[in-house]
Ligand binder design. Sequence first.
Ligand code: NAD
Length: 245
Amino acid sequence: MIDFSGKVLLLTGANGAIGRAIARLFHRYGAACVLSDLDEEGMESFARELDPGGVRALALRQDAAQAGDAERVIEATVTRFGRVDALVTAAGLYRERLVSEMSEAEWRQSIAINLDGVFHSCRAAIPYLSEDGAIVNIASMAGHRGSYAHAHYAAAKGGTLSLTRSLALELAPRIRVNAVSPGLIEGPMVQPLIARKPELIPNTPMRRLGTADEVAGVVAFLCSDLARFVTGETIHVNGGLHIAS
Ligand SMILES: NC(=O)c1ccc[n+]([C@@H]2O[C@H](COP(=O)([O-])OP(=O)(O)OC[C@H]3O[C@@H](n4cnc5c(N)ncnc54)[C@H](O)[C@@H]3O)[C@@H](O)[C@H]2O)c1
């Protein structure tokens, strides 16, 4: 149903649980995938697994906190594949820290990765994204509700949601800009939270954690022609937890 043949995806945080699922799905739908992450070795190994011939996958190191890295990665994308049709920002840092115990440097680092990083990648991609291009920013349920011991993260994700809507206004009608807000998704990021609050799973109407594939499907929908009249929106992927608690 979705065909990304001839399209090029640029994905940040691509070596994470959700990033890898997005990369696999876009690759399966025919896209060339530029995969960037702070973890260069992990990224290269995943890219080899995804596309052993290296025909439709390129792994690059990118520190989301660095504006210069975002510029370098978009230029490398266009040099290698000649275009970019979709930007998905999935790089993220989720650290448990009460505000009262958080240092200035930790606060800055979280905002630099989780919010500034989205700005850097979006700004760098704007001149290059094709007509009818799409940006999808991975936000979080925390950005809507706040999150105990993750105020820095919730603040950055709330900022990402607002940045997404504002950018949608600036870039229409050429580029659509949307966000996806995952709830609790299987993977290393949520393990400490589930260990501390196991009741979150029975409190979720769907009675389970989500999977990275379930987030990836929504990202693909938003980047596809099926969502051609959708911009400035956020789709929640949380099994109903947001409305239930
Ligand atoms: N897993 C969840 O339950 C959940 C819930 C809500 C939102 N999210 C969001 O989804 C996105 C992906 O999360 P995930 O579950 O795949 O987490 P993950 O920890 O598996 O992946 C995060 C990726 O970001 C990379 N990263 C960290 N710092 C970076 C930096 N400075 N520059 C570039 N890359 C960096 C990591 O190397 C990792 O590959 C994140 O933005 C996260 O905030 C996840």
